[in-house]
Each structure stands twice: as C-alpha cells, then as structure tokens.
Design a protein around this ligand. Structure first.
Ligand SMILES: [Zn+2]
Length: 376
C-alpha cells in the first residue's frame, strides 16, 4: 500500500518525542508551557491558578453541584412506569460502569439505549448485549434507515472530514425517542470529565455540529451531491430537528462527576461483568475513532488521546506507564488501522478519496499550536 505515503509521516522518533514533553505529565511543550527550562512541570499539571474544566458545548450536563443522593431523589421524583431513568451506553468502559453503578449500587431500574451509527465495533456490540443481559436491564438499540444514514455519514466525511456529527445527532434523537416512549426525563451518562477533560484548548473538540441549525445547514450543503431527496429529509425530519429539544428538555446527569473514579476499581467490576476490551484503551466502541485520532495528529501533531494520557499520568499511572501508552500512540499511522477498510466500505469511499479528504479537512488549522512547524 503506497496510497498514504503522500500524507505526512506522522510517526515521531522516540528520542525527539521525549525531549519536548513535560517530565511530570508528558504534555508536549507546544500544547502546554513549561514552568521551568528543565520541563519538570508545566501549566497543564501544575497550573498557576485553578482552572475550570472545559468540555465541548454539546456535552454540557445538568448536575452542576448535585451529589449522588440528590441524583437518586431526582430520579425517583421523575420515575415513570417500570423504569426509573434512562442510561445511554456505547459498550465502552465508562458507560458500562455507569450502568452497573445505577443498577447495582444505586438500586435503580434503568432502561439502557444506544444509537447504532453503523460504526459500532463488534466488541462494543457484544459488550452492550452481554452486560445488559448480566445485569437484567432492558436494552433498546436504535437504528434509522441505513441508506439515509450512509448518505449522511458519507456527506459529513467528504465535506467535513468526520462522521461524529451524525453520531451525536443520532444520540440526541434516540434520547428523544426513548423519552417519548417512556415518559422519562432523566438521562444518566458515563461522560467522564476526568478521562476526557481538556484544560487548555477550548476549541479543541468543537469542530463537529453542535446544534440542529448547524447540522441542517451542513446536510443541505451536500444533499444534492449525495443524492439526499426531499422525501428523505421530510421522513427523517425528527432526526434532523430533535437535538435542541433533547438538550433543553432532558436532564443530563454525568455520574462520574460525583464519584471517586479509580480505573483499577472500575476494571475489577468490568471483569466480573465479562466486559471485553480490544487493543484500544479508549473509545473501543467506535470503528471510526482510531481514524479520527490519526486525523487529529495529522493536523495538530497530537490527538485528544494526549489529554487522556496526561490526565492518567497525573492522577494514577505515573510517567513511566504513560510513556508506554504514548509511544504506542505515536507509532500508529493510517496504514496501521485495521478498521480503515471496513469504515471506507461502509461509507463507500475509496482510498485515494480518503487521502484527499484527510489532506483537505485535517490540514494544520489556524488555531493549531503546531502551525508553522513541529508537527512531526
Ligand atoms: Zn506537565
């Protein structure tokens, strides 16, 4: 395979790679500022003043100062019929643990759901089915017309360089459908600020569609070239326009915010539930995510995994373990991604088109800290 050779070689030499990283948290010096010339600590791991955690706009929640007992009270006050609340799951670590916590620790009877994007990995699918079975939780998996979904995903990929917008829209849509069927208004999620927090670059995650207007503007932009008909837009009107409703009407509760969130304890619980892990240490639930991670490194010289690894290094695993994770991360290029051909098959895009799309949409961006050099 030579198609990827014209993409920049993203793999970094390991010697160079450690020279530019903070010794305490492993954040590269083009993302965070060192507190001393030796780089023993930086603005990320040892900030001068306390910072607010910055999260993408559409991942805001409603649990600001709430405690676990406030949440239980809220859930009971909003209970409808046989279910106490909704839980969104992906088959990944955090949402699986939260579902367990809601059922076994808080004693709730949640209904679990998932929007199937078409990119759910086999292991994630297996996890969702096995764990809901084990815990005795009803599970709704929602799919929309595959032909329309494919047009949306292809359109977003070719015109925006990503398919995450469709996934997020689908999530909000599914919440609305489940809320409508059950009458429930409280959604428990496994979004973990501690895992995903990004303290430094507020714009980092905000490249996908954040609301109905933006989503529809983009869809209308490529509807003709992707052969999306007026009829399809009418049929899927709810899918295209229920995100803002969900955002306003449903109380979104991120349980990890209220818990002492230790990876080791979580791993023990997941093992008992027969939850399976693949090679990915984050987002094993999505076939596209490793491609996204590569695209981000192509554009910025680092990916969202950098934040996750540095957070783990500071709180739990220390720099030596973190170095191993980062070295593995820095040595993955597009050509190493086993899921790439399956992804391209699903959205019906060939390799040369994929290459051009990555070059066009993941060019080093204006806001990138590596603009003007340094990105491997
Ligand atoms: Zn640091």
């Amino acid at each position: 395979m030579s198609w990827y050779k014209s993409l920049k070689n993203m793999k970094q030499s390991q010697e160079e790679f450690f020279k530019i990283r903070c010794k305490k948290c492993l954040m590269p010096n083009f993302v965070s500022t060192w507190n001393s010339p030796e780089g023993n600590a930086c603005e990320y791991c040892s900030p001068g003043e306390e910072r607010e955690i910055i999260f993408p706009d559409d991942m805001s929640n409603d649990n600001k100062d709430m405690t676990i007992s406030d949440i239980v009270k809220l859930v009971h006050s909003e209970k409808k019929g046989k279910y106490d609340c909704m839980v969104s799951i992906t088959g990944g670590r955090d949402s699986t643990y939260m579902m367990y916590y809601a059922k076994e620790v808080l004693g709730l009877n949640p209904v679990a759901f998932n929007f199937h994007t078409g990119f759910v990995t086999d292991v994630a699918q297996e996890n969702m089915i096995n764990v809901t079975n084990t815990l005795g939780i009803d599970f709704i998996q929602f799919r929309i017309d595959g032909r329309f979904l494919k047009k949306l995903c292809r359109g977003f990929f070719l015109n925006n360089g990503e398919v995450c917008s469709v996934c997020h829209q689908g999530h909000f849509y599914t919440v609305q459908k489940v809320a409508q069927w059950t009458g429930l208004k409280v959604l428990l999620r496994g979004l973990c600020k501690k895992t995903e927090a990004n303290y430094l670059v507020p714009e980092y995650f905000n490249w996908y569609s954040m609301n109905d207007d933006d989503f529809n503007a983009r869809v209308n932009g490529f509807a003709e070239s992707e052969g999306i008909t007026r009829d399809e837009l009418d049929t899927h009107d709810d899918f295209l326009h229920m995100r803002d409703w969900t955002d306003n009407e449903i109380k979104k509760i991120d349980l990890p915010d209220m818990l002492d969130y230790k990876q080791e304890a979580i791993s023990m619980v997941l093992k008992k539930l027969n939850w399976k892990q693949n090679n990915e240490f984050i987002h094993l639930d999505c076939l596209y995510n490793p491609i996204l991670i590569c695209s981000q490194r192509y554009a910025e010289g680092y990916s969202e995994k950098q934040f996750i690894i540095s957070n783990l290094v500071i709180d739990e695993i220390g720099p030596e373990e973190g170095k191993k994770l980062l070295m593995a991360e820095e040595n993955i290029g597009f050509e190493d991604l086993s899921g790439l051909s399956k992804f391209l098959e699903i959205i019906d895009v060939d390799l040369p088109t994929f290459e051009k799309t990555v070059q066009r949409h993941w060019n080093v961006r204006e806001c990138s800290p590596v603009k003007g050099g340094g990105s491997a």
